[in-house]
Write a protein that binds this ligand. Sequence first.
Ligand code: SF4
Ligand code: SF4
Length: 231
Amino acid sequence: MPAKIMRRASAFSFSCGRCSRCCRQQAIQINPYEIWRLARSLGLAASQFIDRHTSNGGLFLRFGQDGACDFLGETGCMVHAQRPLACRLYPLGRSLENGHETFERLEPHPDCQGRRGSRGSRGSVASFLEEQEALPYLEAAERYAGAINKLLAAIEAEAARQPALSALIRRELLQKTGAGTDPRSPWVDWDAALAQAGLDETCPPRDPREALELYLTALEKWIDDHIAGNG
Ligand code: SF4
Ligand code: SF4
């Protein structure tokens, strides 16, 4: 049976039993906002965090040989207050297509100790998101996606300037971003983005929102300096 599609107003509630079974054998994608929050809470620079705790060029949290997330401790998640969006949403999955947001229930771990419908008919997807303090993470994810769309539009504009070389230009500019291959790419490494934009001398941001604004400013500058007019 296909998964039921839900929206923020849809009825939903879930109470996690904190058994940590879903913190194994997962692929938890993270973005620079989540890296910034986790790195700062651990007293690490973004580059140190990426080297120690991520895989796939900084795009995913690292899971060890035993299948457990790097942050799974004896009593559960050791970074609970800063856990990434995917961990906050579980057991919901979220999709955003052409500006339309939908949610669906993911297949839970077979031995999940959580309780669904724990609030009867009173809970909704929206209230679950609030309980999980997921809203700043959702905003950051959307704004990061907006920056990626701007990058792709700049690449297409450069490719359109030389139609005969468009495929080559597209490939070269995409490689230049380094996302997924280079852990020092500004599309992954918050500190590298600021350094490349000459913003690393700026006072350290006081809170995650300030950090997000600074990072997005750095990315916009990086697109202007490295992509627009460089095809
Ligand atoms: S960050 Fe925490 S909640 Fe998320 S998978 Fe790792 S241990 Fe589990
Ligand atoms: S498996 Fe279920 S109860 Fe256990 S930590 Fe994950 S969501 Fe919570």
